[in-house]
Design a protein around this ligand. Structure first.
Ligand code: BES
Ligand code: ZN
Ligand code: ZN
Length: 529
């Protein structure tokens, strides 16, 4: 048994024990149940799936769990489904009350076609996406009814069901007096507790990134960010070391590009360095993850317009997703070594701030003319990439809310991937098909390199010669000047940073994307030497 499976089995067993205890108490107090069910705080719900009927099928196509439930209520569920309206379409929900003593509210959710599988055109697994969407809709409906515990149909893919439940129920109300009902979810009658627990871990990882990204910049400062990640990693101290590098250390390292951004702010910068040693071979070359950690991006002296500037509290999305994926890898005990780096600071205008036209020197000695202080992400990443090479990583993946141009190019459909490695692209793409949090390959042509290397005063210019044209590509070309490793990928996540309603299983707000893809990618690498 692999260490991951062993861990999941252990967790799954623990869940089963809890379940049994709950059931015992439940049957002992059966007589009082009807009363307690009517009390809002005690309500329990159930989410069950139904597939779209194939043409040749005469009756409803219920999942295994839904069929089982239907039998326990003598066919009442299928009867009600038929008389309550047309066949349930994909992602739609219908709720039935009082048909089962244990579950006062039963939400039935439409799963679309059974065995839809991977769709080549969409670059994702449609079955998994449908399950995430349907389960999240069912769970949210029950949450609105103030149900505080839901049992969830695994729908044939417990991991996707868990992801739908845990991602769907997340709501950022940390700073409000009035909170949404806290809902706990557990798998309903299925053997696949391992898949369920894995899905919970993946989704909790993404929710950690959402929590950090949504948090206001006066709460999530570089120091608070680093402390939060340190706390989250504390239970895994055996395999993890955390270094919160100070400003003095950053100066010693001669990270002039990073310091040129942080110096406009009163808030001290932090260079967060995480080492997760999950491999039994301590000499195994690590995977290096680097995340942009601008806890607020005003643009600096090249000040941004004030409309929507508040969204720039999530400009540490790269750092959040990278760190959250390392927390998740540690929780799952993935047998791999990972190093995470997050340069964290604010980008502020002030009397001490970098001015357009200033020239700064990066850690590798290259000089950079900073023509636009709002193109700060590439500056802090340049130094982090230089430092990262000292660990001789097997692959480098940096993640950053780098350019508005990336949002213009792909919107929120997919993360843009710029890479010098076909192998690395394949690994990332394969992972994203599974998670549904997609990636799309973008070019790294010399064409763009020329536009950042022809600088009037320095070796490089931090903005492309032709202003905003191909802005995501010139930013990637800039980063490439700080990379010598053969397997490097830059993920521009500006377009996927937030969600309106495009991803149906994420509520409106900061998305935490693509944390699950990073975790799945790291898990995939455990198969490679
Ligand atoms: N953090 C922004 C990019 C961004 C924009 C992320 C919108 C998420 C949503 C980045 O630092 C930035 O301001 N980039 C500039 C670069 C330009 C000055 C070359 C941009 O995209 O406008
Ligand atoms: Zn900026
Ligand atoms: Zn930025």
């Amino acid at each position: 048994m692999s260490p991951v499976t062993m861990f999941l089995v252990r967790r799954a067993r623990h869940t089963t024990v809890l379940l049994r205890t709950q059931r015992l108490n439940y049957s002992n107090s059966r007589r009082t149940l009807c009363v307690s069910h009517t009390h809002l705080n005690q309500r329990k719900g159930l989410v069950l799936g139904v597939f779209e009927k194939e043409e040749e099928e005469a009756s409803l196509h219920l999942t295994q769990a839904a069929k089982g439930f239907d039998q326990t209520v003598s066919g009442k569920l299928s009867e009600l489904l038929k008389i309550s309206g047309p066949a349930l379409k994909k992602g739609k929900t219908r709720i039935f009350y009082g048909i089962h003593e244990d579950f006062p509210c039963v939400a039935v959710v439409g799963l679309g076609k059974n065995n839809a599988g991977v769709c080549g055109a969409e670059n994702w697994d449609t079955s998994k996406e449908n399950i995430r969407q349907a389960v999240s809709a069912g769970c949210r409906l029950l949450q609105d009814l103030e149900v505080n515990h839901v049992e969830v149909d695994g729908c044939g893919d417990s991991q996707s069901a868990a992801e739908g439940a845990v991602l769907g129920l997340f709501h950022y109300d940390q700073l409000k007096a009035k909170k949404k009902t806290k809902v706990t979810a557990q798998l309903h009658k299925s053997a696949d507790l391992v898949g369920w627990e894995k899905g919970v871990a993946y989704a909790e990882g993404q929710n950690l990134a959402r929590l950090l990204m949504e948090g206001p910049a006066n709460h999530i400062t570089p120091t608070v960010f680093a402390n939060t990640i340190e706390e989250k990693l504390a239970p895994h101290a055996e395999r993890v070391t955390v270094n919160k590098r100070s400003e003095a250390w950053i100066e010693e390292q001669k990270m002039g590009a990073f310091l040129s951004v942080s110096k406009g702010s009163e808030e001290p910068p932090v260079f967060l360095e995480l080492h997760y040693n999950g491999s039994s071979d301590s000499t195994q070359a690590p995977l290096l993850l680097v995340g942009k950690g601008i806890t607020f991006d005003t643009g600096g002296i090249s000040l941004k317009p004030s409309a929507s500037m508040d969204a720039m509290r999530a400009d540490m999305g790269g750092a959040a997703t990278v760190c959250a994926s390392i927390v998740t890898a540690a929780a799952l005990k993935l047998p791999i070594n990972i190093i995470g780096l997050a340069p964290l600071c604010e980008n502020m205008p002030s009397g001490k701030a970098t001015k357009p036209g200033d020239v700064v020197t990066a850690k590798n000695g290259k000089t950079i003319q900073v023509d636009n202080t709002d193109a700060e992400g590439r500056l802090i990443l340049a130094d982090a990439l230089c430092y990262g090479h000292t660990f001789s990583p097997r692959a480098i993946v940096n993640v950053a809310t780098l350019t508005g141009a990336m949002d213009v190019a792909l919107g929120s459909a997919a993360t843009g991937v710029f890479t010098n490695s076909d192998w690395l692209w394949e690994q990332l793409h394969k992972a994203s098909v599974v998670t549904g949090d997609r990636v799309w390959r973008m070019p790294l042509f010399q064409h763009y390199t020329k536009q950042v290397t022809e600088s009037q005063l320095a070796d490089l210019n931090n903005v492309g010669k032709y202003s905003r044209s191909g802005g995501a590509c010139t930013a990637a070309a800039f980063l490439r000047e700080f990379v010598t490793a053969p397997h490097w990928a830059h993920l521009d996540i500006a377009g996927v940073m937030s969600n309106q309603d495009e991803v149906p299983y994420l509520r409106k707000g900061m998305s935490g994307r693509p944390t699950r893809t990073l975790v799945e990618f790291a898990a995939g690498l455990t198969q490679h030497s």
